[in-house]
Design a protein. Structure first.
Length: 321
């Protein structure tokens, strides 16, 4: 909220621990450089979710330095945001990029990203995700916050072989990265991203877990740990694909607002919309005058059409405050 207050040049009251009511009165959106740090492992991706569209409609390009947790429970992980959400929004006209000098985890936080958002040129465009297409490529992003030394190649090859055998997509690739993190933070995790022939993207991940020190309490080799993580993530991914939906289950609710603001009708083929998605539609109807939604059942799936309003940021006339 303080970040959105700063971007909007607005007024915020009762923003304290224990408060039951918060008042935010926005003013004119302003471009600039902004910073937010909750001092906890608060989810950075939720800060981006709250601030992205105010940044997009500001009067120039913006940069945000955000601190907290990059990969924490009950929030989108960083890889979902950069590899699924942002590419989907790019199709709508959004230009946003993230660099991450340090990952952050519960309970310490300590993560940091830099978010760069370019001023939107004109209107957002509707997105059509009504046809899932066929699975085309699967990328496994393997992470650890410390090196596994000579076993890195063995881990990467083993994860790729394991995923090849599951036949989720005809093209499978795996990559290993040592992710910078706060001192004495030892974690490992895997993010899977699948893309279809129509450009639909799906994400599944294995949440960061403690990475045992070599020879200390490990119940298996690093290879075993990473393969097990990839297999667990793949089960979640397979469940999504088996629905036949064209929209990742966590992407749907995050597309409701941009689709409401966009020019034209966005089409989103999904499995049963989550309560998050239903709530997003309800809030959009309250806050975006003129937007409307329709829903058609297609067997077990739902085709949601969002009739956007084609919102365009107003540009002050010369000499106007």
């Amino acid at each position: 909220l303080r970040l959105v207050r700063d971007i909007s040049g607005g007024y915020l009251s009762n923003d304290c621990v224990g408060s039951c009511e918060v008042d935010l009165v926005p003013d004119k959106l302003k471009a600039g450089r902004f910073r937010a740090d909750p001092g906890t492992a608060g989810a950075i991706t939720l800060m981006v979710q709250a601030s992205l569209f105010p940044l997009l409609y500001a009067d120039g390009d913006c940069v945000c330095e955000l601190h907290g947790g990059t990969d924490v429970s009950f929030s989108p992980p960083l890889d979902f945001m950069t590899r699924v959400l942002f590419p989907s929004l790019e199709r709508m006209g959004v230009a946003a990029a993230v660099s991450c000098p340090r990952r952050g985890f519960f309970p310490r936080g300590g993560g940091q990203i830099e978010l760069r958002v370019s001023k939107l040129a004109g209107q957002l465009q509707a997105i059509d995700l009504a046809d899932r297409g066929r699975p085309q490529s699967l990328q496994a992003h393997i992470y650890a916050t410390r090196s596994v030394g000579a076993q890195e190649r063995a881990v990467t090859d083993a994860v790729q072989r394991a995923l090849d055998g599951l036949e989720l997509a005809p093209q499978v690739a795996a990559s290993f990265s040592v992710a910078p993190a706060p001192e004495r933070t030892f974690k490992y995790w895997v993010d899977l991203v699948l893309e279809t022939t129509t450009g639909a993207r799906f994400h599944a991940g294995f949440e960061p877990k403690d990475l045992p020190a070599p020879g200390k309490g490990s119940k298996g080799s690093p290879t075993d740990l990473f393969v097990a993580a990839a297999r667990k993530a793949s089960n979640t991914l397979r469940e999504q694909l088996e629905t036949g939906a064209a929209v990742d289950c966590h992407l749907l609710d995050q597309l409701i607002l941009p689709a409401s603001l966009a020019q034209g009708t966005s089409r989103l083929l999904c499995s049963e919309p989550s309560l998050h998605a239903r709530t997003a539609m309800h809030v959009a109807e309250l806050l975006v005058p003129g937007v409307s939604f329709s829903e058609q059942k297609q067997g077990p799936l739902s085709l949601i059409e969002v009739h956007g309003i084609g919102y365009e940021a107003t540009v002050p006339h010369s000499g106007e405050a």
